[in-house]
Design a protein around this ligand. Structure first.
Ligand SMILES: Nc1nc2c(c(=O)[nH]1)N[C@H]1C(S)=C(S)[C@@H](COP(=O)(O)OP(=O)(O)OC[C@H]3O[C@@H](n4cnc5c(=O)[nH]c(N)nc54)[C@H](O)[C@@H]3O)O[C@H]1N2
Ligand SMILES: Nc1nc2c(c(=O)[nH]1)N[C@H]1C(S)=C(S)[C@@H](COP(=O)(O)OP(=O)(O)OC[C@H]3O[C@@H](n4cnc5c(=O)[nH]c(N)nc54)[C@H](O)[C@@H]3O)O[C@H]1N2
Ligand code: SF4
Ligand SMILES: [Mo]
Length: 688
């Protein structure tokens, strides 16, 4: 019998509404839902690949245990009992020797967010690692220090702005990040139709640049200097507005950037002064928004860049303004309660400060291999593939092999989980319910939607949150008495500003539109003690000052490595869908013709890329779309390893960008990993 199901696609932050037609458990079609007020019919190819995930014969359907190189199926009862016992033994030896790693997909189910605290409490560990410290920690630190809450995000009002400036992000491909903005293309088309402009600032002429009015090249990891130059230009502009009364510390900041010379900044970043003046004019001539993301976050100046981006918007008078940036009024507002923390303790081996209760992932390997009290002996990986996602993945791989217990809650046996002693898989993607707890507050409209499970899960199937709670109670020996996530979600909806409920949302299969964002939420929305917007946090000021003396430099023969994403990729883990990986090889190095000529490299030939930590070989793609001196390699590739059980992906060529990135370099203010601006050299691999 044919059935029709409305869902939110949970594969990225865009929250696209999809309609799936099925006959029994066979999927007939997946398309965008035109009645979804947020995504308005948009989907990307990954939504269609949901059926590949659901049906993938390689997706694990029961717990497995490894002995040596062989894997055997075991029952949930046995898995929980054995893991509980081994963990208790390890805790008895050293109560500080366990760790938890939260991967990216974990954040895409509300039940996990509402359950992971149980496992943390059971392990009583400070060793909490997550994808946040290789993605967005700079942004969280900036929100915390400036706005008083790490999860309080200013949302660019793309639908009403006249100037949209995107720096270090590629939303045409990524569909937004820390900004829920499905269907970027149509929104940009509308912007241009009303006479507005899109500007991109990136070391690569990206897919987003292709739909922009202007593209400006910028040298990797020099955004801080570019932004200082832009701020100086804004301050000196006759149209620069006076700040709102709740804005604090702007005079101090202005004095701080006095020693920077615009000319020196432009030499460092490569953006001409005339273009900076033009941007300042645009920012002051009407509603405008500057949005920065991964490229500006995953670099050594990540926190400074995120801070300066916020300041550009504030100085230009674009905060809390229609067409500028506003604060959402979501159905569930989690930017309340404790606002965040940093520096409460230092990591054991490298002394990296705690940040938002976490230890930076860049030091995970150190914590596993360095002997002494607190050395990690047991690690629980929740939906993560750190061998592919963490800088210096090879070093981490060697470290993981030393663990007494590695438990991977994962749906595949891949580059990381193949090293685990146990893999615990959750049910299929269409066998669970969905509500986007973490990403709806960052949406361009206020919107709420609940998706019930589409298929019955198998009788012995568990959702991730059930596995997480199962582990917690196996370790402590006590059952979890807290309410289950659906009940908690219902409570949160009911106590929210719209007093919604799961029942009410279920009656609206395409979701409920709660209206566009509105200005006038400041200073009320701020969570700083005096409801001030703090523009000159002490730590940030101290870190910025030395940059004034910096000079443009480039070592001879050195290139700066950056990453890139493809619309048919999802970090390291969706390459087992044939429809997503078909076509020409995608793990190629983009190199400018001048740099290629320097080493006698021809298009399509193999290039060796060498960094401090390692070397990889991939085909070269010579292109004018990349700045001279820059080389771009996507991450997440390299599936052809012993023990990986991915029938499609294991046949693909490609190498891991994180065999090049350096775990010893972090953004000092947030501990975030560095993927942008990694110094490398290249050699042409001529056939012998
Ligand atoms: N060089 C470089 N490195 C990067 C980046 C970069 O741009 N360049 N990007 C960084 C960023 S932004 C991020 S967020 C991180 C991501 O880093 P990670 O979170 O460590 O890795 P992912 O590649 O997202 O892998 C997700 C894992 O979860 C599993 N999985 C998928 N769905 C589910 C599910 O429903 N349940 C469970 N239990 N498991 C599931 C997959 O099989 C996979 O093993 O990578 C970072 N690494
Ligand atoms: N199709 C697809 N979509 C995804 C993902 C995916 O893997 N595939 N991953 C998801 C995840 S986890 C995340 S976090 C988001 C990320 O989404 P985005 O923030 O849009 O990240 P990227 O697409 O990596 O784009 C980063 C851009 O920064 C540029 N860049 C690199 N270094 C610098 C620099 O130093 N300065 C400046 N100004 N630019 C620089 C790069 O050239 C690139 O164009 O995407 C999400 N969506
Ligand atoms: S952009 Fe693609 S992956 Fe992201 S929610 Fe929409 S359909 Fe899913
Ligand atoms: Mo991410």
């Amino acid at each position: 019998m044919k059935t029709v199901h409305h869902r939110t696609c949970h594969l990225c932050e865009a929250n696209c509404g999809i309609i799936i037609e099925a006959d029994g458990r066979q999927i007939l079609s997946i398309r965008g839902d035109p009645d979804n007020a947020l995504s308005r019919g948009h989907i990307c190819p990954k939504a269609v690949a949901l059926q590949d995930l659901q049906d993938d014969p390689d997706r694990l359907r029961h717990p497995v245990r490894r002995t040596g190189d062989s894997w055997e199926k075991i029952s949930w009862e046995r898995a929980f009992a054995e893991i509980g016992e081994r963990t208790r033994e390890i805790l008895a030896r050293d109560p500080a020797s366990t760790a938890l790693y939260r991967g990216n997909p974990l954040a895409h189910h509300y039940g996990n967010t509402l359950s992971v605290g149980h496992l943390r409490a059971a392990l009583k560990t400070r060793n909490i690692f997550s994808a946040a410290t290789m993605d967005q920690m700079p942004n969280l630190v900036v929100n915390h220090e400036m706005l008083g809450h790490a999860a309080l995000f200013a949302v660019p009002d793309i639908d009403r702005t006249q100037t949209m400036i995107v720096i270090g992000a590629n939303p045409m491909v990524s569909n937004g990040s820390l900004w829920t903005v499905p269907d970027f293309r149509t929104r940009i088309r509308a912007l241009r139709q009303r006479g507005g402009q899109l500007v991109t600032i990136d070391p690569r002429r990206t897919e987003t640049a292709a739909v922009a009015d202007r593209h400006l090249f910028i040298r990797p990891a020099t955004d801080a200097w570019f932004l200082v130059a832009l701020l100086k230009t804004l301050f000196g502009h006759p149209a620069c507005p006076s700040p709102a009364s709740y804005v604090h510390g702007l005079d101090r900041f202005r004095a701080l950037i006095e020693p920077f010379r615009v000319e020196n900044c432009t030499q460092i970043c490569g953006v001409p002064e005339a273009d900076i003046a033009w941007l300042a004019d645009r920012l002051l001539s009407g509603p405008a928004a500057l949005y920065g993301r991964l490229g500006t976050s995953v670099q050594a100046f990540g926190t400074l860049s995120a801070w300066l981006i916020a300041l550009v918007n504030i100085v230009a008078g674009q905060y809390d303004r229609e067409g500028g940036l506003m604060f959402g009024a979501p159905a569930i507002d989690y930017a309340s309660g404790s606002g965040g923390s940093s520096g409460r303790w230092l990591s054991r081996v490298r002394g990296l400060p705690e940040v938002m209760g976490e230890t930076p992932v860049a030091t995970l390997a150190d914590e596993i291999v360095s002997p002494g009290p607190g050395q990690i002996a047991a690690l629980f990986l929740l939906a993560g593939n750190p061998v592919r996602s963490i800088p210096n993945g090879r070093r981490l791989e060697a470290a993981l092999r030393k663990l007494d217990l590695l438990v991977s809650v994962d749906i595949y046996r891949n580059e990381t989980s193949r090293l685990a002693h146990y893999i615990l898989p959750s049910v299929g993607p269409l066998e669970r319910d969905h509500y986007s707890l973490l990403t709806l507050p960052l949406a361009v409209r206020n919107f709420a939607m609940y998706s019930p499970p589409m298929f019955e899960p198998p009788a012995d199937g568990l959702l991730d949150w059930q596995i997480i709670r199962g582990l917690a109670s196996a370790i402590t020996g006590d059952p979890i008495s807290a309410k289950a996530p659906p009940e908690l979600l219902d409570d949160l909806l009911r106590s929210g500003p719209y007093a919604l409920s799961i029942e009410q949302l279920s009656a609206h299969p395409s979701g409920i539109d709660l209206g566009g964002n509105r200005p006038g939420r400041l200073p009320e929305r701020l969570r700083t003690p005096g409801k001030t917007l703090e523009c000159a946090p002490e730590r940030f000021c101290a870190a910025l000052t030395p940059l004034a003396a910096h000079k443009a430099d480039a070592a001879e023969g050195e290139l700066l490595l950056i990453g890139r994403r493809h619309v048919r990729s999802n970090n390291s883990w969706m390459a087992n869908s044939r429809r997503l990986v078909k076509g020409p090889p995608r793990c190629t190095a983009l190199i400018h013709p001048l740099d290629a000529a320097g080493v006698g490299l021809t298009d399509g030939a193999e290039v060796e890329i060498v960094s401090r930590v390692g070397a990889v070989r991939v085909p070269a793609e010579i292109s004018n779309d990349i700045m001279p001196g820059v080389i771009s390699l996507p991450h997440g590739w390299g599936h052809q390893l012993a023990g990986v059980a991915l029938g499609v992906a294991a046949d693909l060529d490609g190498a891991s960008a994180n065999d090049l990135t350096d775990d010893m370099v972090v953004d000092p203010l947030s501990g975030n990993a560095v993927f942008s601006g990694v110094p490398v050299r290249i050699n042409s691999c001529r056939p012998h």
